[in-house]
Design a binder for this molecule. Sequence first.
Ligand SMILES: *Cc1c(COP(=O)(O)O)cnc(C)c1O
Length: 221
Amino acid sequence: MSIAENIQKIKKEIPESITLVAVSKTKPIEDLKEAINANHLILGENKALELRDKHEVLPAKIQWHYIGHLQTNKVKYIAPFVHLFHAVDSLKLIKEINKQAVINNRTINYLLQFHIAEEESKFGLDLEEAKQIIESETYKELKNVQCVGVMGMATYTNNEEQIRKEFKELKNTFNLLKEKHFSNDLNFKEISMGMTNDYKIAIEEGTTILRIGSLIFGERN
Ligand SMILES: *Cc1c(COP(=O)(O)O)cnc(C)c1O
């Protein structure tokens, strides 16, 4: 099936209230244009310079999501236009995003990434670390950034129960933060979870943003 057909098929399966981020990392511009021509304008990348370069040659109307781990020295390349940072896991990074947001005279939205997988290698916070960030004086002084929710990646496994358990954990973390720290903040409403392998489970467990790559664009090299 073509990229356009893949997108149409997935969109039929998901409720309209869920945002579909088509993850185009490593894929050539022609592939991204195919998605855009099918009227899909929400794209995700995980390398700052690759994102900057793709942004430069594609229409301004695209909503770009940065889904990867981010080094502070790379924030400046994408801060002028990025729609949402998905994988924020330190106060240092939030400070840098705020600094670049000020320079660009805008507010930048981000998600706090939580570590929900069994694998050691995946980035992310636990609840205690997140609380330390949110309750810090520094955090409260940052006026050009807005935390709009949480993000996580489940273990890469065929074990559905395991994945479901991890998504439940993320949803629970979202609920706890909402109750304790964001109860008056209508912007705090997003749960970014679910990829090619596990998006159906993510829908059942309350995702609001799916990040799907290979099912749309094909396997990556
Ligand atoms: C690559 C990537 C995706 C998409 O993965 P697929 O399995 O190809 O759908 C989603 N989220 C993050 C953080 C990624 O790095």
